[in-house]
Structures are given as C-alpha cells and as structure tokens.
Design a protein around this ligand. Sequence first.
Ligand code: UD1
Length: 421
Amino acid sequence: MDKLIVEGGVPLRGAVEVSGSKNSLLPILAATLLTRERCVLKNAPDLRDTVSMLKLLRYLGVAYEFKDHTISLRPNGLERYEAPYKLVATMRASFCVLGPLLARYRKARVSLPGGCIIGVRPVDLHLKGLSKLGAGIQIKEGYVIAEARRLRGAHIYLGGSFGSSVLATGNVMMAATLASGTTVIENAACEPEVVDLARFLMKMGAKIKGEGSPYLEITGVKELHGAEYEVIPDRIEAATLIMAAGVTRGEVLVKKARAEHMMAVLEKLQDAGMNFKIMRDAVLVKKTSRRFKPTDVVTLPYPGFPTDVQAQFMTLMSVSDGISVITEKIYPDRFMHVAELNRMGAQVKREGPYAVVHGIRCLSGAPVMASDLRASAALVLAGLVARGKTEVSRIYHLDRGYERLEEKLKALGAKIERVKE
Ligand code: UD1
C-alpha cells in the first residue's frame, strides 16, 4: 500500500491541467454496452476506477484498448449479462451496467453495490425507474435480477428523500434509449456528468431532450451505433486544485477548469476571500494574502454545492478566521475526515449532518488515514497547508479518482512524495 508524505507550507506556483471527468467516464463506459459497434472515448482519466470499469466490461465480453487517455471499445459479442460482486463491490458506478444490459439482453444480474464508508447508499431509485419501464426485478443472494420481455416508455418520478440521483438517472436514461415509446424522467439529476452521458448517447443515435434540466424526455430507438466522444474535464478535480492553490496562498493557472460547471464552489471561495479570476476554460488563482473568511456551506444536488467538494472545503475553513457551519444534505454521514483533520489540530465538531468548524491559524502535520476518495483529497490539502510533515496513508482511495495528484502538485512546487508503506 502506498502513502503520501507532504511537507506543508510551500505556496503552489505554475500551471496545471485538469484530467477528464471520472464521474462522466464511468457511466459512459457502461453505455457502450448498448451498441455492437466500436466506440472511442477521449480524455479518459487513467484511474483505478477506470481500470475497474474496464475489467467489468472485459468480463462481459467487451474488447478494449486504453492508451494515451483514449479508450477504444469493441462490444460486438457480449458473453455475459452478469456483474459479479467482486467487480461491483469496489466501485458503485459499476451498478450502471444494469440499465444497458437490460436494454440490450432483456435480462441482467448485477450485484448490489453494498455498504460504503460515506454512509448508506441505496439503489431503490434505479430499481423503481427500471421497473416502471417494465422490468421484473428480484433481489436474490445479494444480486439484482432484472428481466423484461420488452421495455416500454413510461412517466417516471425519480426523486428520493435526498433529491435526484446521478447514477439512477443515468441507468434509467440508458435503458430508455432502447425502450419502445417515450420515457419522461422527472426530477432527473442535472449534473454536468448526466449531460455528458446524454450527449454521448445522442451521438450513438439516442433521442433525448432536456438534458441538464430536471425533466428528461427519451424516445426509444431500435438500435444505437458506435460513437467517438470526448469526456468533459473533471469539475471536482478542478475545484480541488483551485483550493490547493488558494489554501497555500499560491498562484496557479488551473487549465481545463470549466467555471460554468462549478459556480456554487467558486461563489463560496469568493465569499471566503479567495483571490481568483475566471478565464475561458481555466481559472487563474492569484495570491490570497488574508486568512479565509468563515463561510457556511450546504451540499445539494447540482447546481448546488457538490458533496464531493465538502471535505476539501472543510480543510479550507479549518484555517479560516472564524466559525463556519458545513451542512451535508446528500450523505449525512460523510464526515469521516473530521476526526483525521482534528488529529492535525483542526477544531471541527460534528452534530448529525452538521459540522461546526472553528478556524485556527495553522494545522500541524500528523500521520492520518484516508477513508474515502474526497476525504483523501481533503487530507492532502491539509498536509499542504500544515506546519511540518503529514503522512496520508491508504491513498488507494485517492488513486480511484485523481490522476497522479501528487505529480501534479509536485510540478507546482509542493513537497510531496509517494512511498510504499
Ligand atoms: C454520484 C457520484 C458521486 C457523488 C454523488 C452525489 C458517480 C460515479 N458518483 O454518485 O461521486 O458524490 O453522485 O453527487 O457519478 N439515493 C437514494 N436511492 C437511490 C440512489 C441514491 O436514496 O436509488 C440517495 C443517495 O443515498 C444520496 C442521494 O440519493 O443521498 C444522491 O445520491 P446519487 O446521486 O445517487 O449518488 P451516486 O449517483 O451514487
């Protein structure tokens, strides 16, 4: 297992480029199961999650080549319609093969994703949407077994107690592309990654209207063809890099940062007093000389503040000049990073879905443990700003979603090393 050793206190300087979006790529990879023809995906991030999804596709019978951020896939002769536990347990996005397999084979057997460190993550909305399309669904021995003689368009309300669901919207939208008639998804997720998936499906010949709005309309077609597509840059990585620059009082040009995909984050960073300029396809972080102002944040579905940036924002607020309240409305238990930040001297108190952050002048380096993907990023940011040495262990979480983060930070002057534990 690898860990990262970070020596804090160096202001980052230079330019860095954001990789392709993980959360766009994974469902798009699942969508290639909908065709017999070749698909080519560009700007694919080279991540552990990408490899896991490709492993699953290979198991299902898809041949692929992954080189220089381009994946060519030939899903001509699918061999199986089952996604086994060992391939789904490591990554929830693999559950997204359910919709495409059902649409293509009329049957699918996909392992339930299971528990997750960031809290309970049910799949009821996925199943509700697919059963509305006419699928018979059973749960047996930890697997979802879905069958349908034919899928029929339906009017589906896809909201749950926590609002819309990104992957459920994707799963149902993918299945609906090959259903007969028109499907309406109300309370569809509006995340840029859902729009990206819809655009890829449209390139394959799907008929979709309303992507990016809560009202999606999909008219089924007989078949989909192959397509070439470039995935959008990763807005979560972009936000993380912008915050890394800001928190170290650095000056960094974050290239391929699409401001229009992260207005809620940029707005909060501005409220906190971070100095930056929005450019075309980039954000230029300028030196912030004062301490950050305390800033409250509530995570919400897009276009609200993303839950995937909550942990990183907490690191910023832990060195702010006052008290901030962070409210987690998507995953009320997503606070595993609190205890680790506190080990570095932060003063954060959690009460249910709220975290009250008392900003202090400086964090101090410590050995900490990454618990999940975004928490790992928060700890790396904390290490960059802390006095002394921080060791972040279990960074396999980080490798799931950030492409060579330590190399990107090192190129900006950070003192950071990956070592074997
Ligand atoms: C996706 C992202 C993840 C992000 C999350 C929320 C991918 C690969 N992952 O995950 O990084 O943190 O969106 O923006 O794109 N829910 C239900 N029933 C369901 C499905 C979800 O109640 O059937 C709840 C969840 O528990 C959560 C909320 O809905 O409270 C939103 O989750 P959802 O949008 O589904 O997250 P994912 O799509 O799994």
